[in-house]
Design a binder for this molecule. Structure first.
Ligand SMILES: *Cc1c(COP(=O)(O)O)cnc(C)c1O
Length: 473
């Protein structure tokens, strides 16, 4: 890389860091103004270095700032410097992970991570295996395909068996029905199992449904449990679900894309008690471990299934070394970027204890937020303990409108969710770089904003000054 481009990168990075400090949240650009403001069109002629710098800078500084202390909108956030360092090096090396010939020691970097995660999942290392995919949606897809092919080994050649049914909770991730369609199972063959008051799959209803389906001549084969549901951050009871799956011979996958990182901490690992009963487990380092997008692992008890479902010979690719070191044999992809190195760099740097500290800190921040909501009578709490997600309403202000206006006014970025017809704000304390005061500032920012009087049901007495209420939208 030419020195001038490295310098350009440094300039741009510094521009971003100062901007993030000064203005943690941007003023969003209206979609119809994008072209005017950012000059994104491409033309036959190139531009000068200085023009390129200006264009890139303009683009960067107008992109939503997902790493600052005012971004709570998604199940990711923050910036872990060590993981970014690893990812920058991965880009420079431009490795493709399919063979040892091309990836060399990076293969071992990925394998070290997957072995450790298999060990934390309680899998037997003699048989366990895993891979890194482009995200949790794809690791869930891989689990489903392996379960399908384990159910009937001939499906890879002969196609799908009618009557196969799978089970997942009513509040599980939307990649489950998408994947059921991709995998030839069909969306209609999913049983959505109702959850309890705290958003966890009801094991009694799961078993009842399985029995009913067997009696009807159908063929149950797969249960998806979730460690950290998307709205409540709830943990399904893996231990009991595992017993049901063993009894009926069903593949059990644990979708830990959001909350699976509790495996790294003694303090919170109990949330996935029974994980060793699962056939496969997936976890995203780009969520709770704050690694850059994307870094998503799947491990399974028996790597035989990875090979059975995902390996395909290709004489032009797999020419040397044993299968175990040609990672393309267990991957959904052919060319694959090195997503292992960012997690390896972070993990090497802080150790498993450092990962545990990040996770524990996120739970501590969640506790700060929950306590705040509980202790302030203007708030109503809808979520539960042992979760990084805090769902609440404030003073009867409509939550969807509140979130939209907080965004439009550049106050904070936070999302909303709903459960049993109730809408609420969904605050996620996933940025391990945040401090207690960042969480408290979020609430005071929200309160100050509502106090400006833009909402009808905010408890402000408008008997006299109805006309003077300012409106922001
Ligand atoms: C985020 C998430 C996914 C999807 O992961 P991506 O990496 O975004 O594809 C799947 N399941 C759960 C529970 C999630 O929170």
């Amino acid at each position: 890389m030419e020195k001038s481009n490295l310098e350009l990168f440094n300039r741009l990075a510094n521009d971003l860091f100062s901007a993030e400090k000064e203005e943690p949240i941007i003023q969003p650009i209206a979609i119809n103004e994008l072209d005017d403001k950012l000059n994104l069109g491409l033309s036959a002629e190139g531009v000068s270095e200085e023009e390129l710098y200006e264009s890139l800078k303009n683009l960067m500084l107008n992109t939503p700032r997902t790493s600052t202390n005012r971004f709570f909108n998604q199940l990711f956030g923050g910036r872990n410097d060590k993981a970014v360092l690893g990812d920058l090096i991965a880009v420079l090396l431009n490795t493709s992970m399919y063979t040892y010939k091309v990836a060399g020691p990076m293969v071992e970097v990925e394998k070290v991570i997957l072995r450790q995660i298999s060990a934390f999942a309680g899998y037997d290392l003699a048989t366990a295996g895993g891979t890194i995919a482009t995200g949790g949606s794809m690791t869930n897809f891989m689990a489903l395909v392996m379960a399908r092919d384990a159910f009937n080994e001939n499906i890879v050649e002969q196609g799908v068996n009618p009557g196969m049914v799978l089970y997942t909770s009513a509040v599980s991730h939307y990649s489950i029905p998408k994947n059921a369609a991709f995998a030839g199972i069909g969306r209609n063959n999913i049983r959505y199992i109702e959850v309890d008051e705290e958003g966890r799959m009801r094991v009694d209803l799961l078993e009842q449904q399985i029995k009913q389906d067997i009696a009807a001549g159908l063929q149950p084969f797969f249960v998806n449990a979730t460690a950290g549901t998307t709205v409540f951050g709830a943990y399904d009871p893996v231990d009991q679900i595992g017993d049901v799956c063993q009894q009926y011979g069903l593949w059990l996958h644990l979708d830990g894309a959001y909350g699976g990182s509790v495996i790294f901490t003694d303090k919170h690992r109990h949330l996935v008690k029974g994980i060793e009963k699962t056939n496969s487990f997936s976890v995203n380092a780009h969520k709770m471990l704050n690694a850059p997008m994307t870094c998503s692992m799947i491990v399974c008890q028996n790597k035989r299934h990875l090979y059975h479902s995902f390996s395909n010979d290709a004489s032009y690719l797999f020419q040397m070394h044993e299968d175990d070191y040609n990672l393309g044999k267990t991957s959904l992809q052919c060319g694959r970027r090195n997503d292992a190195l960012k997690l390896w760099t972070l993990w090497k740097s802080v150790g498993t204890k450092g990962l545990a500290a990040m996770v524990d800190h996120q739970f501590a921040l969640a506790e700060v937020a929950r306590e705040y909501v509980r202790n302030h009578p203007d708030y109503t709490l809808y979520s539960f303990d042992s979760s990084l997600t805090i769902c609440f309403t404030y003073k009867n202000v409509p939550s969807i409108e509140l979130c939209n206006k907080l965004y439009e006014s550049s106050t904070s970025m936070v999302s909303y969710g709903s459960f049993r017809e109730q809408d609420f704000v969904r605050l996620v304390t996933i940025n391990a770089g945040n401090k207690k005061e960042d969480i408290l500032n979020f609430f005071s920012g929200l309160e100050d904003f509502v106090a400006k009087g833009m909402f009808k049901n905010d408890g402000i007495d408008r008997n006299v000054a109805n006309d003077e209420v300012v409106c922001c939208s």
